[in-house]
Design a protein around this ligand. Sequence first.
Ligand SMILES: [Zn+2]
Length: 124
Amino acid sequence: MKQLTFRCFCCRRIVPRNPRARNQRYCGAKPCQQARKNKWQRNKQDLDSDHRVNKEESQRAWRQKNPGYWKLYRQKHPEYCERNRLLQQKRDLKRRFKNNPSGNMSDLAKKDASDIKTNETTAR
Ligand SMILES: [Zn+2]
């Protein structure tokens, strides 16, 4: 028997299933639909390089048609700038951590690795 309800992947509520939607994972609420769309787009960009190139090209064309849009937007929305600044700091930290996992710890790990190596050579 087909289930009449399901748990939304985004808001975790149990909601009635849309009979026209196959494998429905998200409810119809706006933030949930936006989350579904964002996830699809991220996946599409990762898998489909043509899609990504087309998107970058169309964004470039739009920027050339609307010069100064983002400059004006940032002037009108200081809270957007502040939020972005904080998120960018997080992204920078994340990238730094990815490139060099926790500075001092990696030095310790290297030291340990070299100790093991010398032990191995002495054992032989
Ligand atoms: Zn939902």
